[in-house]
Design a protein around this ligand. Structure first.
Ligand SMILES: [Zn+2]
Length: 311
């Protein structure tokens, strides 16, 4: 038992059934000690396709590598803790992008914890080891060192898998697979994905992991004004949050650039998270229509139009 005496009155605690389990209870004042896991927060920061890791200068697992992370203090939020730990351990000022995952860890009851991990990008500072780190540096997906904790290892495995995804134009067979995905998720009605492959004025782009299509996007080029429409972005649910949508957008922009396109135009419901992905990729809001979506879809939310200027 972690607590022997009542933190309220100092009387010796006894174990008593409370609900479905035994808990330390104070027989003098009735105080019940609830043993809850500690909460930790950390970041997965990418710099030029490489992940920031720090080598631990303290036990446990001294000398092993890990993501910048640590316990959340009582007077800060998980987000604040993640940003602070990244500053303290790796010298970097970061902004958080997305919640990557929540990982439970620890074997013995009083060592149990929950790690909340965010993806983040650098906005300042300089990569260097802090006081409780021996080293701080970046690693490519295929050169990851020995990682201290299973939670970090799990997250980095996911990251490496997402970074192994390749981006290219689709074949006709893949257009059929995209149509199936579209149907399964009821994403958009009436799209002819084969047409995107066959028509020289359009492109179907796919994100592929080990021959499985995990995401797609499509472009339609307009010769008369030199613009292109980025028609949609879709990523399979179990591959989301790992930057695949952003890579699809970057790939589409590259393709448009090579064809001499002046501007790429996209559209998104104002309440859809994909909007943030477009904005982070550099698109600007250039207009809106209230009655763009048919009554049956998107809860009739407003459509925002976005533009990316290439010229
Ligand atoms: Zn007491």
């Amino acid at each position: 038992m972690k607590f022997k005496f009542c933190p309220e009155c100092g009387a010796p605690l006894v174990l008593e059934m409370r609900g479905d389990r035994e808990r330390p209870v104070c027989p003098a004042c009735g105080f019940v000690v609830y043993l809850n896991p500690a909460v930790a927060a950390g970041t997965l920061v990418e710099i030029d396709g490489r992940v920031v890791l720090i080598r631990r200068a303290v036990e446990p697992r001294k000398g092993y590598w890990g993501l910048p992370a640590g316990y959340v203090e009582a007077d800060e939020s998980a987000e604040e803790a993640a940003i602070r730990e990244t500053r303290e351990e790796a010298g970097l000022e970061v902004e958080l992008d997305d919640l990557l995952g929540v990982y439970s860890f620890g074997e013995r009851t009083h060592e149990r914890g929950v790690l909340i991990l965010y993806s983040a990008h650098v906005v300042g500072g300089e990569l260097r080891a802090g006081d409780d780190a021996l080293e701080a540096r970046t690693f490519a997906p295929d050169e990851l060192p020995e990682i201290a904790f299973s939670t970090h290892r799990d997250a980095l495995r996911e990251w490496r898998r997402a970074r192994a995804v390749t981006y290219r134009t689709a074949t006709l067979d893949e257009a059929d697979v995209v149509a199936q995905i579209n149907e399964r998720y009821d994403f958009e009605q009436g799209r002819d994905y084969r047409q995107y492959v066959l028509d020289p004025q359009s492109e179907l782009l796919v994100a592929v992991d080990d021959s499985q299509i995990v995401g797609f996007s499509s472009l339609t080029f307009h010769a008369w004004n030199g613009t292109a429409n980025l028609n949609q972005i879709f990523v399979q649910p179990n591959y989301r949050r790992w930057g695949i949508a952003t890579h699809l957008i970057e790939y589409a922009l590259d393709m448009a650039r090579k064809r001499g396109t002046r501007a790429v135009i996209a559209e998104a419901p104002v309440d859809n998270p994909v909007l943030v992905v477009y904005l982070k990729a550099g698109f600007r809001v250039c207009g809106f229509i209230d009655a763009y979506y048919p009554p049956s879809t998107h809860q009739q939310s407003t459509a925002l139009f976005l533009a990316y200027d290439l010229a």
